[in-house]
Design a protein around this ligand. Structure first.
Ligand code: TXA
Ligand code: MG
Length: 506
């Protein structure tokens, strides 16, 4: 089947295109169209065969019911029975909008549309293209999200094309959607009404209108034995191809843990993706890093979530680490979709971060032009199980000199270089709980302890690895002494590597 793609502008709707699309639906065909939440795959909701086609195109299990979309409140009566007054109040407050309500179904609705259930889900979308299309199709359009079952929901016409090209009659391309997450589903057949899927319309928004609203307990948090009340919520959908892990903690811990997990993943040959935010983006250096939006405005995160998951598929990453988001407002819907995408795989940021004894290693020498930078460079060549920031500093640095030429020569002969280094003085501002200071000799260590306190982690290099003696300064001596110095440092760095790796369980 050839899928026609028609551009359409919500501000200036081409009636001709709507007419054409409406005819397709009336004839039992399939048309994908934009709504304010995600793109929907439309069919005539009152035509049993059209529902069957919808399931086939999506590859969706046919016990998963469809939402019927209407354009006028009047239209509700024909498809729903026992409509409570509270539903009318909600409709008046939130329709058209991202709220789906479940009612007992009338005879007009075929079981094909409701997946065999005696109830029907109904929503009036807040998108002019969608409502014009519904009118042109006769008033009742069933529409699941227009993705292949199991993939993230489509937020652009391009996403729909990726999944359904050749399987449906037409795609109406109305640009990017506004919200980006599917509608809130509220079951009106129980008292109090129950949220089966969180969305942009939250319990806090509905309660002033109708009083108490409950939440299906399978919606948030860990996987339970209990089956979710919305059949579709039981599938691991919204899912990217890669394994997704949510890292939970305070934001600083999350960043540190994700950095470490990314480092470990890459060491194991994995292509790693990171879901970051505008606020944290700059703290990541490795992996495929995607900015999902701003924590200041969580709507941006909702809008980008599915597109970002699709981008990771395209990038071919093996594993994705995501920061977590506050639950409340649209945040609940974001976390719900993220947790489903992750198949509820969460890890504690504090646990990962707690494995790390030190994060930064600074080699301290006198002038930071020879032994210190050599040690730092030797350590950078090692395979470390943990990510460290490795630096060198000097006790008496008066100006930013490059490294000693003889030191550079011996390093070069071993295929290393310190060309990018300039001497830097050690300063108090660098001291924090996660720093390990390794000095060349006893007097440097004593000086640091005396000046900055006993509880900083400062050791001589030899002491730290369980050896005796000091590392002598080869300054003013022949090239061979520099070679000796590098050899001595190299042996110590081997031992240091072993010791550091023993802190991090593999
Ligand atoms: O925002 C939305 O709701 C989008 C746009 C296109 O309107 N549609 C959408 O449809 O997300 P879909 O099919 O991807 O998700 C519908 C969800 C499924 O989880 C389904 O199980 C649930 O609604 N559902 C539909 N009818 C139901 C019913 N009678 N009882 C319980 N759950 C129902
Ligand atoms: Mg869906």
């Amino acid at each position: 089947m050839k899928t026609m793609i028609r551009k359409i502008d919500e501000i200036n709707i081409d009636k001709q295109v709507i007419q054409e699309a409406g005819e397709i639906l009336k004839d039992g065909g399939l048309v994908a169209f934009p709504t304010e939440t995600v793109y929907g795959l439309g069919a005539d909701a009152l035509n049993e065969e059209a529902a069957a086609k919808t399931y086939a195109a999506k590859g969706r299990p046919s016990d998963n019911p469809l939402i019927v979309h209407i354009a006028e409140l009047e239209a509700l009566k024909k498809i729903a029975e026992k409509i409570p007054l509270s539903a009318i109040r909600l409709a008046e407050s939130f329709w058209p909008g991202p709220l789906t309500m479940i009612f007992d179904k009338s005879e007009a609705v075929p079981y094909g549309t409701t997946g065999g259930l005696n109830t029907v889900a109904v929503r009036m979308p807040n998108n002019e293209i969608a409502r014009e299309l519904i009118r042109a199709a006769g008033g009742y359009v069933s529409a699941p999200s227009a993705n292949t079952s199991g993939r993230p929901s489509p937020t652009t016409a391009e996403h729909v094309r990726e999944d359904l090209d050749g399987k449906i009659d037409m795609i109406l391309d109305g640009g990017s959607v506004e919200i980006g997450l599917e509608s809130t589903i509220l079951d009106m057949t129980v008292i109090p009404p129950m949220i089966l899927r969180p969305g942009a319309i939250t319990a806090e928004m509905m309660e002033p209108v109708i009083g108490n609203v409950s939440i299906d307990e399978t919606v948030m948090g860990k996987e339970t034995e209990q089956a979710p009340k919305a059949p579709g919520m039981k599938y691991r959908h919204y899912a990217p191809k890669a394994k997704l892990l949510i890292v939970e903690g305070n934001i600083k811990e999350e960043v540190l843990a994700i950095r470490q997990l990314c480092y470990e993943g890459m060491r194991n040959g994995k292509k790693v993706g990171i879901i970051a935010t505008s606020e944290t983006l700059r703290y990541y250096t490795n992996g495929v890093i995607k900015n999902i939006g701003s924590r200041e405005n969580e709507k941006t995160i909702a809008r980008n979530l599915y597109a970002v998951l699709r981008e990771f598929d395209e990038a071919g990453v093996d594993i994705i680490f995501s920061e977590s988001f506050a639950v409340g407002g649209i945040g609940s819907a974001i976390m719900n979709r993220l947790e489903k995408a992750a198949g509820h795989l969460c890890i504690s940021a504090a646990k990962v971060a707690g494995r790390q004894k030190y994060r930064r290693i600074v080699f301290v020498s006198d002038t930071d032009t020879c032994r210190g930078p050599m040690a730092a460079e030797l350590l950078r060549q090692k395979e470390l199980y943990q990510e460290y920031v490795i630096d060198s500093r000097g006790m008496v640095v008066l100006f930013p000199e490059p490294v000693n030429q003889k030191a550079e020569a011996v390093m070069k002969s071993a295929q290393m270089t310190m060309a990018g280094h300039t001497a830097e003085a050690f300063s108090e501002s660098e001291i924090d709980a996660e720093i390990l200071l390794l000095t060349m000799n006893e007097s440097q260590k004593k000086k640091i302890s005396a000046e900055y306190g006993e509880d900083i982690a400062v050791y001589t290099m030899t002491e730290f690895v369980g050896d005796d003696g000091e590392i002598l300064n080869p300054y003013g001596k022949p090239l061979s002494s520099y070679g000796e110095c590098m050899k001595k440092l190299s042996g110590l760095i081997d031992k240091l590597t072993e010791k550091l790796n023993s802190f991090t369980k593999k």
